[in-house]
Design a protein around this ligand. Structure first.
Ligand SMILES: O=C(O)CCC(=O)C(=O)O
Ligand SMILES: [Fe+2]
Length: 211
């Protein structure tokens, strides 16, 4: 058997990841319900809440990590960057699944994803994130944005906090339902987080980056 053929046999097609790739190619975004199971969401939410209760989150800022500016009129969430090297059990599950997706994208799409960065986010009642693009001046390394929602099962439409994605055709309102993963092209799709009218909105947001 030639080495080439051997490599081909090793590749296992993943139908879920193929759907994500098809969606991204066709509409620049993909929405996956139950990317994380309810058990996984629960341990991740507990991990988030333990760190939030320990006051480890800080007010989010605009700009990149070296050039930050806090402007509450643009965004009002609180964030904590995740550290994969020191991940707890819940976070290891999280990164395990994300890395599977990243490896698959790199094998099949030649995106050249070399880095990633993820943070927890809490949007208290009354907060939002105005319409924006996830790229900053002089920083085009963010290719794909990923958001995972860690709310409880009973998140109501009346709670607000939808992610609105602005496509060429429409404004798409996406409820932050537990286990749901939204992935979209960072440099293409403008989006916003609508005001949270009740409860607190929990999520993990991150970016897959080149270079
Ligand atoms: O939480 C969301 O649904 C989106 C968050 C977002 O747009 C961001 O952090 O850049
Ligand atoms: Fe964003």
């Amino acid at each position: 058997m030639t080495e080439e053929l051997f490599e081909q046999l090793e590749f296992v097609e993943n139908p879920l990841f193929e759907t994500i790739i098809d969606d991204l190619l066709q509409q620049q975004f993909s929405i996956v319900n139950d990317f994380f199971s309810s058990e996984e969401v629960e341990v991740l939410r507990h991990s988030l809440m333990a760190k939030y209760d320990a006051d480890r989150f800080k007010k989010s800022a605009i700009g990149n990590r070296t050039n930050e500016e806090i402007d509450k009129s643009i965004r009002g969430d609180f964030i904590l960057w995740m550290d994969e090297a020191n991940a707890n059990e819940a976070e290891r599950i999280f990164f395990g699944k994300i890395n599977e997706l990243v490896n698959y994208l790199n094998k099949t799409c030649f995106l050249g994803i070399l880095h990633k960065e993820f943070h927890y986010a809490v949007y208290p009642t009354g907060t939002y994130y105005k319409r924006h693009l996830d790229t900053f001046q002089n920083d085009d390394r963010r290719k794909l944005s990923i958001v995972c929602y860690l709310n409880e099962d009973n998140w109501l439409r009346e709670n607000g906090g939808e992610l609105t994605i602005y496509t060429e055709k429409e404004a798409l309102n996406i409820l932050p339902l537990p286990g749901r993963l939204v992935i979209f092209e960072s440099q293409v799709l403008e989006h916003e987080v609508k005001v949270v009218k009740a409860s607190e909105r929990f999520s993990i947001t991150g970016w897959l980056k080149t270079r």
